[in-house]
Write a protein that binds this ligand. Structure first.
Ligand code: NG1
Ligand code: ZN
Length: 530
């Protein structure tokens, strides 16, 4: 192994200035931005090695998603748009924590162990969100990439799903689309407009939303969408970057607090949308005649989408296996509805989109959503081919042909590479338009069980370990027994605890039949882990 290849990597500007250990978690590295410079530098180095190892372009996104402004983070994107492979998460953690004096030997070790041909060219596609710390961290990452002579495509300010899209397009020679932001906007908006045709409204559906962009990078993308969509969808933009990022706004705030974000007018029964700081999560909400807040979260979106695909498959006469993937945070009401009413197979996996994505790949058409609104639909290649060919089949009846063409078009509206708040919003809008539904009709399909989440700060969150898709605790011993005892007192009760992968806390989730009891249940369970 050519260790001279790594001669340029020692750089005093990016030496490790603090001793704290940092881990590549649910969504990469995420912590206070002022301790991240050396991590970004090292991830620049690692992205080059990953690109050489995979002989393909790698993505590097600088963001801390729904976290507040002082945080930042970085995640690497693998060639097919997936999150970084699990075995490399460990490599990333080791590289981020190694002493400066051992940096070169660790890089040599990684290259040898992973059998990397260092003579292969590397390309890293890089994007960042709107945080004030992002340019400094970008500089660090670029320095890392340059130290190993990697090629750089800097996309500037982009949403996380836009970065994933460009990575996939680059690695598939444009087969998935044009690897540019213009390519992204034109692909999604052209199909949205063509499905809608000239009937902008339909039945109870009125074409317009109030969009809370979390004061993040999604506001920039939303403005572009608005430009491309012309008047087909009226997007009224709030929290467009003039306020504080994710502060009392954005998808995470709305989902967890179950309340209106700042600045959104409480007009009755108007469809409102919140996205998060890097625009990979989306939730809907509205306020009813009695000023009551109603949330339509990722579970609602997943069920709407799965039901629509089921309907199109049945009507078109195409036989493909449809499945839905959730996590333990999915509301019990949604899971019952999917299994008992929709009768679509449903799987539960641990938190983190990489787990959902992997499981969804097992279905011909896999719909996956976290309750917080992070999700998409993915198709096996054979399913895509079947959908395309079916739409061309001349033996179909008029009804079958119409459903079949819709299926083909809706497929093109989806950013399959990762959960994409704005592409998901266009998908929801398309389905509501097709059905002629307003937001209350959408909500009518099932009732959510009252639910809540708490955060508990403990000395070491990793003492809690879980199994069965995080629904049961393995350690500390007896904790699960105690949780079960409490839960059994509540009708339709369910509660679980797990360490967060993105914050230094334990999360407690609780749901039960009675809205007046649900906080009590959560507090009782939380008291077990204090
Ligand atoms: P953690 O902090 O591990 O719970 C949170 C979300 C995940 C996922 C990641 C990445 C919840 C309960 N958890 O993970 O679903 O979106 O952030 O952003 O919403
Ligand atoms: Zn996000």
């Amino acid at each position: 192994m050519e260790s001279s290849y790594f001669n340029n990597v020692v750089n005093a500007e990016y030496s490790r200035k603090n001793d704290g250990r940092i881990e590549y978690g649910t969504a990469g590295f995420r912590t206070k931005s002022d301790v991240l410079e050396h991590v970004l530098y090292r991830m620049g180095l690692l992205a080059v090695l990953r690109s050489k190892a995979k002989k393909a372009a790698i993505g590097l996104m600088i963001t801390a998603s729904h976290n507040l402004e002082p945080d930042n983070g970085i995640k690497l994107v693998d060639p097919a748009g997936e999150m970084l492979e699990a075995s490399w998460e460990m490599i990333a953690t080791n590289l981020a924590n190694v002493l400066d004096s051992d940096l070169i030997s660790m890089l040599v070790h990684i290259s040898t162990k992973e059998n990397i041909d260092l003579s292969i060219p590397a390309t890293v596609i890089i994007g960042r969100d709107t945080r004030k710390s992002s340019p400094i961290l970008l500089k660090a990452a670029l320095a890392g990439i340059k130290a190993l002579n990697g090629n750089i495509t800097d996309l500037g300010l982009v949403t996380t799903p836009q970065l994933h899209y460009v990575v996939v397009c680059t690695n598939t020679d444009g087969a998935y689309g044009d690897p540019t932001l213009q390519g992204y906007y034109s692909k999604l908006t052209a199909v949205f407009k063509s499905i809608r045709g000239t009937e902008i409204n339909n039945g109870k559906y009125i074409s317009g939303v109030q969009l809370d962009a979390a004061n993040g990078v999604g506001a920039i993308a939303a403005k572009e969408f608005r430009r491309y969509l012309e008047n087909v969808l009226d997007i009224k933009l709030f929290n467009d970057g003039s306020g504080d990022l994710n502060h009392m706004c954005g998808a995470d705030y709305v989902k967890v607090q179950q309340t209106l974000p700042l600045n959104i007018p409480s007009d009755k029964s108007v469809r409102c949308v919140s996205i998060d700081g890097d625009a990979d999560r989306v939730v809907y909400f509205y306020v009813d005649e009695n000023n009551k807040f109603h949330l339509l979260d990722g579970d609602r979106i997943a069920t709407l989408v799965a039901a629509y695909f089921k309907e199109l498959l049945e009507t078109s006469g195409l036989s493909l296996q449809l499945g839905l993937v959730q996590t333990a945070y999915a509301n019990g009401g949604s899971t019952d509805y999917i299994s008992n009413v929709l009768k679509v197979p449903v799987a539960c996996v641990p938190t983190g989109v990489k787990h959902l994505h992997k499981k969804a790949l097992e279905f011909d058409i896999g719909v996956y959503f976290e309750a917080n609104g992070h999700g998409t639909v993915i198709f096996k290649d054979i399913a895509k081919e079947a959908i395309k060919n079916h739409a061309k089949n001349e033996m179909l009846s008029t009804t079958q042909r119409a459903a079949s063409s819709k299926l083909r078009d809706v497929t093109n509206l989806i950013n399959e590479t990762v959960g994409d708040a704005l592409s998901d919003m266009l998908l929801v809008e398309t389905i509501l338009h097709a059905k002629g539904w307003d937001v209350t009709e959408w909500e009518r399909s099932y009732n959510d069980l009252p639910n809540t989440q708490l955060k508990v700060r403990v000395k070491d969150r990793n003492i809690i370990t879980t199994t069965n898709a995080e629904r049961h605790c393995l350690t500390p011993i007896c904790l699960q027994e105690e949780i079960d005892k409490i839960v059994s007192k509540y009708s339709r009760g369910r509660s679980f605890v797990r360490p967060s992968g993105t914050e230094d806390i334990i999360r407690v989730y609780a749901e039960c039949e009675s809205s007046s009891d649900v906080n009590k249940l959560a507090v009782e369970v939380a008291s077990l882990v204090y």
